[in-house]
Design a protein around this ligand. Sequence first.
Ligand SMILES: *Cc1c(COP(=O)(O)O)cnc(C)c1O
Length: 468
Amino acid sequence: MAAQVSYSSTRGQSPELSFDDVLLTGLAPDGGLYAPDHWPTLSKAELKSLAGQPYQVIARAVISPFLDDTVSDAELGEMIDAAYGRFAHPAVAPVLQTGPADFMMELHHGPTLAFKDVAMQLLGHLFAARLKARGRQMTIVAATSGDTGGAAIDAMANRPGVNICVLHPNGRISEVQRRFMTTVEADNVLNIAVEGNFDDCQALVKAMFADVDFRDAVSLGAVNSINWARIVAQIVYYVSTSLTLSRDGEPVHFCVPTGNFGDIFAGFVAKQMGAPVGHLVVATNENDILNRAMRQGAYKPDGVIATQSPSMDIQVSSNFERLLYIACGRDAELVRELMGSLKEGGFVLPQNLRAAIAPDFSSYRASEEATAAKIAQIWRETGQLIDPHTAVGLVAADGARANGLKGTLVTLSTAHAAKFPDAVESATGVRPDLPARCRDLYARDEVMTVLPNDYAAVTDYIRKAFEN
Ligand SMILES: *Cc1c(COP(=O)(O)O)cnc(C)c1O
């Protein structure tokens, strides 16, 4: 039996925790992110026996080494079966061949049509089980600019012990995104449309976490992408697909549309666990802080630009901190110093960190024009409609090929075209249909409350709904 994984903050000033506490804590009190103290590995024999197995079987093998003994293997298996039983495709993350050595992995077969469902569906079960075991109640509050809110509401609706409140910027998300949040009928769901932008929503949530009185009154919790359990659930599809496509252990490359660096970091972890993962290609839209960091070594946030791929409209890429922490040999003091300088406009990556990152990663940026042109090209050539986030990935994959990347390359398709119908229609002239399972989305009644961008107004409203 390998040593149980324990978790430390990337900033080194919080106590070490077990998985169970990391799940329910989210962000470390010192402002850092929790990261495992070592990588559990899958032996050659284990990997060989997992190749070609159903997604659920691979999920058990990949996820269980990160957990502690508070969740038994049998319990984990039941959660995985329930979570992925809600996916519309039996393969969960099916792979489509798009060229001689090019593939697309479809991660949008979950209930809200984006890859956030893969992690969030499992999180719903983990939260409910662990809160019940501890006899606790929790109110999860999240700010969303797009897909996280819908995935979280679907995963948490009607779960005992959990309340979920999502703040979105009023009038600034797509109608499909909004309806996935506002049409869920459940007593434990609260939708607040804030009269402001996404940054205002996020600032409100941050202020709630800093407000001890409010935090205790509602037992505040978080499921944003810094939650380690979400990363763990995402490792699975890199393991399953690399095992499916690798011949004789040859590495499989992945190209990942990236915002908060959570998804691509999961690919990096799959590689550390021993899966045949090769190069990881970062694909950004015009909000390209990661592309600049990878190429020029400067991690400097700019203003956020609104693009066709709004789920990647991000300037501070939270999970990049986890990569820095690993790349510098878990030197929390250095990470603390680098992240501290974000307030003064950013930092330059030390040369040894750049050298440590370079062998695993490369990076490309897709302009708005190139993204739209890619959606149109795929439609023309194959008759398939792809979403703008996926298109950003395919533009980056072209860049990697043009730069000489050889071997099998898998681009992640992170959302269904119907989730971003305006962008797809403007590129192709065709409006994508919702899949049959959610075709009634426009007919369902919406429930949400519009509130001013005012801390007292928002927190009073949440207290009235959910105070213990
Ligand atoms: C969240 C999201 C991304 C970016 O994922 P990160 O883990 O934040 O890098 C890409 N595409 C879609 C559709 C998303 O919802």
